[in-house]
Design a protein around this ligand. Structure first.
Ligand code: ADP
Length: 222
């Protein structure tokens, strides 16, 4: 039986996305129930998950008998079958599961999931596409995290245009409305860089700001 003290996770759909969540949760020592309607998938995860069960989660009685409402967090990682994903999510919401995260296949799917009351909707293919595009467009962008439609966090590699300037001298807050949250230098990461801190080329700057401001700053300085 699952240990009642630890947070309990359930992952529905053991494709590439759901499967990697199960593996990672297991690696982090979490208890995870893995669910799929496909027997082969269930067998594949029998030794990875705490429990692996074969079930069709569009059936309300099945969900009830799995005790799904007692889980702290349920991740719906059903891929192409949008109908199954929507029905499963609807029932999880009706059963009042504490945290429901669902993978969306497209924008319409995302809209429906939000309307149904999913607590978090993820869109991994689209988000990864956006991140990779930012990486390709600017070789100084290492990583990109969208906070909302307007705001993001980016990791930028400092080049010679900012080399040996302090944060005060660059004055990014006034000029671009962006904040440097942290500076990574080799193995170290400074999460509250001082105003007089000099930047070296090769440093990685973690910047938060509006997309338009970040883009303007990138073009001018990176
Ligand atoms: P990915 O794009 O992450 O690889 P897939 O579409 O390949 O996603 O995998 C989704 C998984 O969800 C499949 O293994 C499929 O059997 C499972 N699945 C689909 N519908 C249901 C359902 N109603 N109940 C349980 N599992 C389901």
């Amino acid at each position: 039986l699952l240990n009642t003290m630890k947070k309990q996770f359930a992952v529905i759909g053991l494709g590439r996305f759901g499967g990697s969540i199960v593996k990672e949760l297991n690696d982090q020592g979490m208890e995870v129930l893995a669910i799929d309607r496909n027997e082969e998938k269930v067998n594949e995860f029998a030794s990875v998950a705490t429990h692996a069960v074969m079930a069709d989660t569009t059936d309300e009685n099945t969900l009830r008998s799995l005790g799904i409402r007692n889980f702290d967090h349920v991740i719906v990682a059903i891929g192409d079958n949008i109908q199954s994903s929507i029905l499963t999510t609807l029932m999880l919401v009706e059963l009042k599961v504490a945290h429901i995260t669902v993978k969306a296949q497209n924008d319409y799917h995302e809209k429906v999931l939000n309307k149904l009351g999913a607590h978090k909707v993820v869109h991994p293919e689209r988000d990864m596409g956006i991140r990779i595009a930012h990486n390709i467009v600017s070789k100084n962008v290492l990583d990109y995290l969208e906070l909302s439609d307007e705001y993001s966090i980016v990791e930028l590699i400092a080049g010679r245009r900012v080399h040996n300037y302090s944060l005060t001298e660059l004055d990014l807050r006034a000029k671009y409305g962006c904040n440097i949250m942290a500076i990574k230098r080799e193995e170290n990461i400074d999460v509250s860089p001082a105003a007089e801190e000099k930047i070296n080329s090769g440093d990685i700057l973690i910047v938060i700001g509006a997309d338009s401001d970040i883009t303007r700053m990138e073009q001018d300085l990176f």
